[in-house]
Design a protein around this ligand. Structure first.
Ligand SMILES: O=C(O)c1cc(=O)[nH]c(=O)n1[C@@H]1O[C@H](COP(=O)(O)O)[C@@H](O)[C@H]1O
Length: 273
């Protein structure tokens, strides 16, 4: 097992740049006149928001929807992020049985389009997480497993204690890793920023997991409500916004930069850091 490089890089960036913001890239073809314009704007938003971001989270669905040009753009985004020093968390929410899970893990955590981390769906059972956990640990990468998603109807499937059961399993996986104080495991968790009342509970259930908190901005979550997800000093969680940055004011890249800066500042103000 190598040291959890992704978690470490994010934490170092959080502390050195004083930011807990994850910038999501969800490039929607309908916003642009063509793929070339989408490509340029996506790369411009990445560069403009990078100084305020602890990591970047490309949503694979929007790249896959473009076909081959989408995969080319994804490679460009990953390369640009690395140049900017930004860790890349691919949002794919993958999950499947046995060898298929292994193929997803190989593809997205070590293949040609790989990121540093990947979101993973645990619905098929805890054993199906194993190839993802192994790949993350072998590469020093990370996975972020869905615990309680940001959408209101998550309750249909994730209610009745299911989210808590997943959290307990992720805590068990995290405890397998030998970590220095202040380090986070290669197994993280997704907990919607739209559930502020539950954040402290999940923080306590998974003390060594980095928490990804999507839903900031467009889904109504407020930076001021997220303190329960963080450890003292403002580490341990990443609040994520996609549309609220990328399309803050249409395709205005300056507005995207200001939106990222504003969210970073609001998060810091709420945490007193
Ligand atoms: O894993 C995610 O990032 C994720 C989990 C979740 O519970 N809710 C959620 O919205 N997301 C993703 O985060 C992004 C949210 O986009 P905005 O609502 O525009 O910020 C989308 O790419 C979603 O797929």
């Amino acid at each position: 097992m190598t040291s959890p490089r992704f978690a470490q890089a994010v934490t170092e960036r959080t502390l050195s740049l004083n930011t807990r913001l994850c910038v999501g890239l969800d490039p929607r073809l309908g916003e642009y006149r063509d793929v070339a314009a989408l490509r340029q704007h996506t790369l411009d938003v990445l560069e403009a928001s990078a100084p305020y971001a602890a990591c970047v989270k490309p949503q694979l669905a929007f790249f896959e929807a473009l076909g081959l040009p989408g995969f080319t753009l994804l490679e460009e985004v990953c390369a640009a992020a690395r140049t900017l020093g930004l860790p890349v968390l691919l949002d794919g929410k993958r999950g499947d049985i046995g060898t298929t899970a292994a193929a997803y893990a190989a593809g997205w955590l070590s293949g040609p389009h790989a990121g540093d981390a990947l979101t993973v769906n645990p619905f098929l059972g805890f054993q199906t997480l194993t190839p993802f956990v192994q790949a993350a640990r072998e590469n020093g990468g990370a996975i972020f497993v869905l615990v309680k998603t940001s959408n209101p109807d998550q309750q249909d499937v994730q209610g009745q204690g299911v989210s808590e059961r997943v959290a307990v399993e992720l805590a068990r996986l995290g405890a397998e890793e030998s970590l220095e104080p202040g380090q986070y495991a290669s197994v993280g968790a997704v907990v919607g920023a739209t559930h502020p009342a539950d954040l402290a509970t999940f923080r306590n259930l998974m003390p060594r997991a980095l928490l990804l908190l999507p839903g900031l901005g467009a889904q109504g979550a407020k930076a001021g409500d997220l303190a329960g997800a963080f450890h003292s000093g403002g580490t341990g969680a990443l609040a994520s916004a996609s549309r609220a940055v990328q399309y803050a004011q249409g395709l205005d890249v300056g507005a995207a930069r200001e939106a990222a800066k504003g969210l970073r500042d609001e998060l810091n103000a709420a945490l007193g850091v």
